[in-house]
Structures are given as structure tokens and as C-alpha cells.
Write a protein that binds this ligand. Structure first.
Ligand code: SF4
Length: 69
């Protein structure tokens, strides 16, 4: 899984930080989203998907990568 967060779209609502605080944070100065992890481990995928769905402006994009062996 790879995440991108569009700070141009972000309105600083903080929903993503509530849903997945290990992955998302908010900038101390402007309150906009920052990523703590771009490629989160498996156990964080579900909260990240939820955060992407619940972002009010659709600023979070999630790309699923094919499993590599
Ligand atoms: S949920 Fe969306 S709008 Fe709210 S802080 Fe996160 S990225 Fe920004």
C-alpha cells in the first residue's frame, strides 16, 4: 500500500489523524495533513482505507501494490 495526501485539497479537518494516528499527522503551523508513513504495514491498511473514505475533500489516495514474493 502506498499513500499520497494532497495538501492543496486538505482542509485540516483532522479525520484522518483520528482514524489512523500512526500514519497521518497535521502540520503544527497550518493544520494541513502530513504523512508519518507513506507505505504503512499491513495491520494499518484498514484504518488507512477508512481514513481515505472519510476524508471530506478526498485528499487521501491509496494505491494497493501487488504482493511481491
Ligand atoms: S481528513 Fe482529509 S481534509 Fe481532514 S486533515 Fe485529513 S487529509 Fe486533510
Amino acid at each position: 500500500m502506498r499513500i499520497t495526501a494532497d495538501r492543496e485539497l486538505c482542509c485540516g479537518s483532522g479525520n484522518c489523524v483520528v482514524n489512523a494516528p500512526e500514519v497521518f499527522d497535521q502540520d503544527d503551523t497550518d493544520g494541513l495533513v502530513t504523512l508519518r508513513l507513506q507505505e504503512p504495514p499491513e495491520h494499518l491498511h484498514e484504518p488507512v482505507e477508512l481514513a481515505a473514505q472519510l476524508c471530506p475533500v478526498g485528499a487521501i489516495s491509496v494505491t494497493r501494490q501487488a504482493a511481491t514474493r
